[in-house]
Design a protein around this ligand. Structure first.
Ligand code: ATP
Ligand code: MG
Length: 378
């Protein structure tokens, strides 16, 4: 029964749908009474992270959020890529969420296509009315936004305007096609319904790379992540660029967990920073100093912590409204394959605070090195 719905939604045969599921390319999930399917890799033009939600009134295909190409050389890429004016939006540092409404309920999907019970509950609680208003009026659409702040399971970055939990809209798209509304129209809808959008930092001519660099300099000074550059009508796909503050900050955060995020973080960020210095000319000594600190200090601190008997875990705290919500989240989180080391639940003033610690490979690796004195890598 369910497989037929999936087959029809993706325009494939029943046999093909069945085979995708048995091979693990599509995962059959359930959120409360809602069955849904998650594409774990691209299938027939549907991007990875696409979800098929089987609501009472029929299936809703929610297209995956497409990857955004990264710019290394602004003065080369920007004039070449864009046909006209460029809208410079702030790129916020959190996690990508698609919000849709099915059977009258709001649902928040992660980049991977899973309905996150925590994000769903918290967004419904904090901005439910505005989101319901917009999605009620725009049937078959999704709201794409970034959840930022420290109270979430995925990322931790404290914004002054949303230190704990904030949601900033950066697109409104038709769910089944992924087609975005033009930027001015989207901004009107966001404002009309009382939602918060990412900041529009400027509209520049495609050759005004100096103007763009000016914007990036002030973002960097404020320690903010960067920009996403967009054609207002999406005639060409958006591009992204991040500040040295973000690139070096990522390295610093990643190197604490050398054997987990460390390696991949370092590689890509070094490339970004090298091309930035090449494009800007000069500034190499400063980069050398900052890079050295960002790489070595967190790693040394991690070694010392393990040596002093510390655990070296990644902890986060979630604010929930009931124990039931906590239970639902923990089951979801372990179900999508995140190994938990421990969790603590505390009830306070009618709220439930759940602190979760993720196990990290790095802890065991460092402990073994301290014990044997031998390297696990060459
Ligand atoms: P990608 O697959 O696009 O490379 P990634 O997971 O590596 O994604 P990022 O490098 O953070 O992510 O860049 C893309 C992400 O930036 C988007 O998926 C979105 O979550 C986030 N984002 C923040 N602000 C914006 C914005 N203004 N417009 C578009 N995306 C934004
Ligand atoms: Mg991001």
């Amino acid at each position: 029964m369910g497989v037929d719905v999936l087959a029809e939604a993706l325009s494939i045969t029943r046999e093909e749908a069945y085979s995708y599921i048995t091979r693990g390319a599509v995962r059959a999930m359930r959120y409360r009474s809602l069955p849904y399917y998650v594409l774990r890799r691209p299938i027939r033009g549907f991007e990875e992270g696409t979800a098929v939600l089987v609501g009472r009134e029929g299936p809703l295909v929610v297209r995956g959020y497409p990857p955004i190409r990264r710019v290394l050389l602004l003065s080369t890429a920007v004039p070449r890529h864009f046909p006209g004016e460029v809208y410079v939006e702030e790129k916020m540092n959190g996690y990508n969420v698609r919000v849709v409404m099915v059977d009258g309920e709001l649902l928040a999907l992660t980049r991977g296509g899973y309905i996150c019970p925590y994000t769903t509950a918290r967004l419904t609680r904090e901005q439910g009315e505005a989101l319901r208003g917009l999605l009620g009026e725009m049937e078959g659409y999704m709201v794409n936004g970034e959840v930022v702040g420290v109270e979430n399971p995925y990322t931790r970055h404290r914004y002054p305007e949303a230190p704990l939990f904030g949601f900033f809209v950066f697109e409104i798209r038709e769910a089944s096609s992924g087609k975005p509304l033009p930027i001015p129209e989207r901004m009107r809808k966001v404002e009309e319904h009382g939602l918060r959008g990412v900041r529009l930092l400027g509209v520049i001519g495609k050759d005004d790379v100096e103007g763009l660099k000016e914007i990036l300099r002030s973002l960097d000074e404020e320690g903010r992540e960067g920009v996403v550059l967009k054609d207002p009508e999406y005639r060409v796909p958006p591009l992204k660029y991040t500040t040295p503050a973000a690139n070096l900050g990522d390295i610093e955060a990643g190197m604490r967990f050398f054997f987990d995020e460390g390696r991949s973080y370092l590689y890509s960020r070094i490339l970004r920073e090298a091309f930035r210095v090449y494009e800007e000319g000069g500034g190499l000594e400063e980069l050398e100093r900052r890079l050295g600190g960002a790489i070595l200090e967190p790693l040394l601190r991690a070694i010392e912590e393990v040596e002093e008997g510390g655990q070296l875990v990644e902890e986060f705290t979630l604010r929930m409204s009931s124990l039931e919500e906590a239970r639902e989240f923990l089951a979801f989180y372990e179900g999508v394959g995140a190994p938990l080391l421990y969790y603590r639940v505390a009830q306070r003033d009618g709220e439930v605070l759940v602190t979760v610690a993720k196990a990290k490979e790095t802890f065991d690796e460092i402990a073994r090195i301290l014990e044997t004195g031998l390297s696990p890598i060459d």
